[in-house]
Write a new protein. Structure first.
Lengths: 631, 298
């Protein structure tokens, strides 16, 4: 049995009021006098009653007893009693609330969402908040957002809780834990509470510095959703692929029920329905849908699915895909780089400049063999034979023989390229004190390394990708290797991807894809659920970093013509509603619990109510006219 | 308007007239040797035939039934009933406790009725009124016959109320002054701290059949009291603080019933009678209905 504790024990001094209360009671006590023929019977009655009633002493002074009880209730209430939940009582408790897309899952048709259930539990926690306890509500989805500071203001907490809504983004808990860790520097945080439906990555890359109370909510209902929507260039246009998945309950384990439904899907092209069919989703199987889109202009596709039975999550029933206008890849390669031009000439569907045609203002891929740019700007640059100025202080190239000792075989540029035993006539040499870390700080990633320094580097940026060969392939045996045309092919593939000419993927929620617009222009982005955000494009005309928390169409206005961008959930884990029972941290695992959130139960309200009851009872007893009393 | 002047303030003439024709019915014949109106159990010389018995030498020859002797040729003696005198002692509790309600008034009326019945049946009627403890009770000496009726009424009308004479001591004080067998009518509320066994035994030993009449007012029979009260004893001024009186009424009624049962047992065990009357009940109802049905009078 848990004994109650007191938050304000010093208020027990108020019990001293019992002394004047009793004194004044007996000083003020006046009994009506009643003349009786004889007290013989009444004496017997009194003595008999004393024997029969052990509380006679109290009943003799019922009014005093009520006053004492009233005072005791008030004083105990002022002492702020609470019934400990058994767990260690945390004075400062950050509460992480999962607001990812899966938290919108309903349990039954017309039922409550996981977030509503979390709100109920936190509401109970707020109700039971003790005077010296502080809560801090933190919403966690793909990022973390602090809803309130540490406060015991229940109104503020409830208001913040009521305004909390689900974001259609996948879960990522690390940011929430880091925020709690940051709070722990200012407040003594012993434990953190996490309320989630369990639809989070099981592995969390975070060193837990506090205890974690992982409260897993109940499971949602069956769900069917679009988990992938992409397209690949074909000869006639685009091959569009979509993937629809349903929830599947693991055998012998708890989880969301398996989806068994007939799913009607409809594909829209620029707002016009072009296909409508049905597909059966059974036993959690994923269905792959293939569409062929023949077009020579840019189109936007919208895929909608409509299960014929209850579907717990609605956000994943729609997906958007923008297909750019099909065109050949524009490549600029100076005429003095003959080996590169020869390799490029064998690649189909490619316009190579300079040629007889005029060179366009911008190309998709540009080759250069010197620091001074001679061609138009490009999304992907392939520079050879020099050290860019940004890393000139870190690296020098001297004449000498160098050999590649290691390279990133999985890098898109170097896939299937064998660089072993390639003889290189330029020898890189790191300046004194320079390390790989310095290259990273400069924005470069080393793709290939010699014994004395990096040979191939990649500098990804928002504007594009820059591949940097510090040696000139013409002064190496690379151009004579089979891997050289593969290398050039890889470069064109990278350029195709960056130009979205080879394939297109639906944009997931979280942030809007970067838009190439007018430079230095103010734009307003509006979206579903009343979303609105203002931003300014940079010098290159790129508009990036726009939040996209909800599934739907976003309109970017402010430039010449408004453009629409659709984002969709497309997260297999969120749609599967699968729930992890245990969070695995680097050194420790935290198991989920479904037990009700039990905070310390404050009892002052009960005592205050009892005090009020005693007050009313005493008033009634005091006011009650003794019937039958003469006069 | 009834302009007829009543013979006494205690009873109206109609009631008095009916009472005069009534007589008490004692359960046992407790009579005195002196001849009177009451038939004794033993053989006597009255004119009322009782039984026959065999003649034995020495019997008065005048009592032999010669007709039977002629038929049976055996002598039988006729026996006659013996009529003796009976005392009626009426004790009126005049203490302060009897002043509540109509208790004292009703006690005096009942005393008058019993006295009238005694007088009219040629009994010796004595009246006693007890007021203050330690003092001699007020006495109306034994008398009989209609001629003493006015005297009896005057005595009863002149009894002043008030005092603290407990009933048990009052009985002892009366028995110190009374001689004679018969009926003792005790008119009291019997609310006393003392024991009643001793006075009852003394009355029984004195040859008096007890007619115990407990007169209680409404505040005693059905007290409607609640709250915290301070009770003050009317006789001795003692106080008793009682809390939550309303909760104790159940106990009170239990004790009141217990007291009545105890008094009834005391009287019954000594060949007496006991009854409890509400003082608010009219005297006519008591005399001509209650007591008649109980067989006390006829």
């Amino acid at each position: 049995m848990t004994l109650p504790g007191f938050s304000a024990l010093l208020n027990a001094w108020w019990f001293l009021l019992l002394i004047p209360l009793i004194i004044f009671y007996f000083l003020k006590l006046r009994r009506p006098r009643v003349d009786m023929p004889s007290l013989a019977l009444w004496r017997q009655v009194i003595s008999d009653q004393r024997v029969n009633s052990p509380f006679q002493k109290f009943k003799r002074n019922l009014l005093l007893l009520l006053q004492i009880l009233l005072l005791c209730c008030l004083v105990i209430g002022a002492m702020q009693p609470y019934l400990s939940s058994g767990a260690q009582r945390a004075k400062y408790l950050p509460v992480l609330i999962d607001t990812s897309a899966s938290m919108a899952a309903l349990d039954v048709a017309g039922g409550k969402s996981r977030l509503d259930e979390a709100k109920e539990k936190i509401g109970k926690l707020i109700d039971d908040l003790l005077p010296d306890q502080r809560l801090c509500l933190i919403a966690v989805n793909s990022t973390a957002r602090k809803l309130t500071d540490f406060t015991d203001n229940k109104r503020m907490l409830r208001e913040a809780l009521s305004q909390l809504e689900v974001s259609h983004v996948p879960s990522r808990l690390e940011d929430g834990f880091r925020l709690a860790q940051a709070l722990s520097r200012a407040f003594p945080i012993e434990s953190v509470m996490l309320l989630s439906d369990g639809n989070v990555p099981a592995d969390v890359e975070f060193e837990l510095p506090f205890k974690l109370n992982y409260q897993r909510l109940s499971y949602g209902g069956p769900n069917v959703g679009i988990v992938d929507f992409n397209a690949r260039r074909s000869k006639s246009g685009w091959d569009v692929f979509a993937r629809i998945e349903g929830t599947k309950q693991p055998e012998g384990e708890k989880g969301p029920p398996t989806a068994k439904t007939l799913c009607e899907y409809q594909l829209f092209q620029n707002g016009q329905s072009i296909k409508q069919e049905s597909v059966s989703i059974d036993n959690g199987q994923a269905e792959r849908l293939v569409f062929k889109i023949s077009t020579d202009i840019a189109v936007s596709l919208e895929l909608r699915v409509k299960p014929d039975s209850f579907d717990s999550l609605e956000a994943d029933n729609v997906a958007f895909l923008n297909l750019p206008k099909p065109r050949p890849l524009a490549v600029y390669c100076p005429e003095n780089m003959e080996s590169f031009r020869n390799a490029l000439a064998t690649i189909p569907d490619l316009n190579l400049y300079p040629s007889g045609d005029p060179t366009p203002a911008a190309v998709d891929l540009k080759f250069a063999d010197g620091p001074i740019s001679t061609g138009p700007p490009a999304r992907v640059s392939f520079n050879v034979g020099y050290v860019p100025e940004a890393i000139a202080s870190l690296l020098e190239v001297e004449p000498g023989l160098a050999e590649i000792v290691d390279w990133q075989r999985t890098a898109p540029l170097l896939q299937h390229v064998q660089l072993l035993d390639v003889q290189i006539g330029d020898q890189p040499k790191l300046t004194k004190g320079a390390t790989e870390r310095d290259f990273e700080l400069a924005g470069y990633e080393i793709l290939a390394q010699s014994r004395t320094g990096p040979l191939i580097l990649e500098k990804p940026s928002e504007a594009g990708t820059e591949f940097q060969f510090v040696f000139h392939p013409d002064r190496s045996s690379l151009v004579y290797r089979v891997g050289f045309p593969i290398l050039i092919q890889n470069a064109t593939q990278v350029a195709l991807q960056r130009a979205a000419l080879s394939e297109a993927k639906g944009s997931p929620t979280g942030s809007l894809p970067t838009q190439k617009l007018l430079a230095n222009t103010d734009y307003t982005v509006t979206g579903p659920h009343g979303f609105s955000q203002s931003a300014k494009s940079d010098d290159n005309g790129f508009l990036s970093g726009i939040e996209a928390p909800f599934v739907g169409l976003y309109e970017v206005s402010g430039g010449a013509e408004p453009i629409q961008v659709g984002v969709s959930l497309m997260a297999s884990r969120e749609s599967s509603l699968v729930s992890v029972e245990k969070l695995q941290f680097p050194e420790v695992a935290v198991a989920a619990t479904e037990t009700t959130v039990k905070g310390d139960q404050p009892l002052w309200g009960w005592f205050a109510s009892a005090g009020l009851a005693f007050l009313i009872l005493e008033w009634w007893y005091f006011q009650k006219k003794p019937s039958g009393v003469p006069g | 308007m009834d302009t007829t002047k009543n013979f006494t303030t205690l009873l109206d003439n109609a009631t008095l007239g009916r009472v005069e024709r009534m007589r008490m019915l004692p359960m046992r014949r407790r009579t005195n040797r002196s001849r009177g109106e009451h038939l004794a159990g033993k053989g006597g010389t009255s004119t009322e035939f009782n039984d026959y018995r065999d003649y034995v030498p020495g019997d008065d020859m005048r009592n032999v039934d010669w007709n039977i002797f002629a038929r049976l040729n055996r002598p039988y003696v006729k026996q006659y009933r013996h009529e003796e005198e009976m005392h009626v002692v009426v004790l009126v509790d005049a203490s302060a406790s009897m002043q509540f309600g109509d208790k004292f008034e009703r006690a005096k009326q009942l005393a008058a009725c019993f006295a009238v019945m005694g007088l009219m049946n040629i009994e010796k009627v004595s009246l006693f009124a007890c007021q203050h403890a330690g003092q001699t009770p007020l006495i109306s000496p034994p008398c009989t016959g209609r001629m003493n009726m006015k005297r009896v009424f005057s005595f009863l009308e002149s009894i002043p109320p008030g005092g603290d004479f407990p009933i048990e001591e009052a009985v002892e004080a009366v028995l110190r002054q009374h001689r004679g067998r018969g009926i003792a009518v005790l008119l009291s509320d019997f609310l006393t701290f003392g024991a009643l066994e001793r006075p009852m035994n003394m009355l029984f030993s004195a040859g008096l059949e007890v007619f115990g009449v407990q007169l209680l007012s409404s505040i005693e029979l059905n007290p409607e009291l609640t709250g915290d009260l301070r009770f003050v004893d009317a006789e001795n001024g003692l106080t008793l603080d009682v809390s939550s009186v309303g909760d104790l009424l159940g106990f009170y009624h239990e004790h009141l019933n217990g007291l009545q049962e105890h008094l009834s047992t005391l009287c019954r065990q000594r060949s007496g009678r006991f009854t409890c009357l509400d003082a608010a009940t009219p005297i006519d109802t008591i005399m001509f209905d209650v007591l008649k049905r109980k067989g006390w009078v006829q």
